[in-house]
Design a binder for this molecule. Sequence first.
Ligand SMILES: Nc1ncnc2c1ncn2[C@@H]1O[C@H](COP(=O)(O)OP(=O)(O)OP(=O)(O)O)[C@@H](O)[C@H]1O
Ligand SMILES: [Mg+2]
Length: 263
Amino acid sequence: MPNKPIIISICSEKGGVGKTTTTINLAGGLAKRGKEVLMVDLDQQQNASHALGYVKDGRPTSAELIYNTVAGIPIDYAEAIRTCGNGVDYIPSSPMLTNITGTIANDTENDSNFVLRRLLCNEVFAGYDYILLDCRTILDLLISNALNASNYVIIPVDLGIYAYNGLDKMLDKVASINNTTNRDLRVLGVLLNKIQRTTVNTSLAESIRSEYDELTFRTALPYCPAQTEAAVLNQTSCVFDERSSLGKAFMEFTDEVLSITEK
Ligand SMILES: Nc1ncnc2c1ncn2[C@@H]1O[C@H](COP(=O)(O)OP(=O)(O)OP(=O)(O)O)[C@@H](O)[C@H]1O
Ligand SMILES: [Mg+2]
């Protein structure tokens, strides 16, 4: 069995590709398969936090955890963990994350690349099977911290004409982290999202699969705007109904993730 917890960053420099959608639905899927799951929101937009039902409550967010860890001020990590209805625990983010890199860079006593790794080593996180990190789009020091704390990275790609740009930049970033601060980081997979049955879309999907064959997940996610809207409107969370085509695809994806990470 792998060491617990398995930490996965969901990351891409390209915006709107499905990082947050993937994070919360994978978290929900893993919980459905009986895993203890924690989602940490590392994006000041707070989309993942709100999707899981977060309402500002005065308790610590990921930003305070990072600030206090850097400053060496004790903080109750357990107080930052919220629970939501689908069996997933989460730590929300806050707008304070916007300027966090300056703070992290000031961590001169310890290595500023490893603030998040140090934080996640706290014993309150030891009981989780999986910790998923929903990353923001800028590949800055915060995201380097996420990648340095992670065993794996998932890179969602939406099939627009600029798909390759974002993917290559992200793979370069992983390679540079591999060469410097985290040799153990592995690309868990490239996840093709928003698949449509158009000629352009199909040929883009095929060329990404042939170029990044061993890196691409077997499961691809269909483009389903109606289901996405329904999920947001009908629930406080946008975790998809398992019977919908996106819900089914996310469960298939979850099982693929389990089959790789539990080898
Ligand atoms: N397979 C899909 N079918 C339809 N809509 C989708 C699909 N995947 C994601 N979306 C929609 O695309 C938009 C962007 O998705 P999401 O917020 O998950 O991307 P992101 O990469 O986290 O964005 P950001 O860069 O802003 O953090 C959202 O409105 C989401 O509901
Ligand atoms: Mg997002």
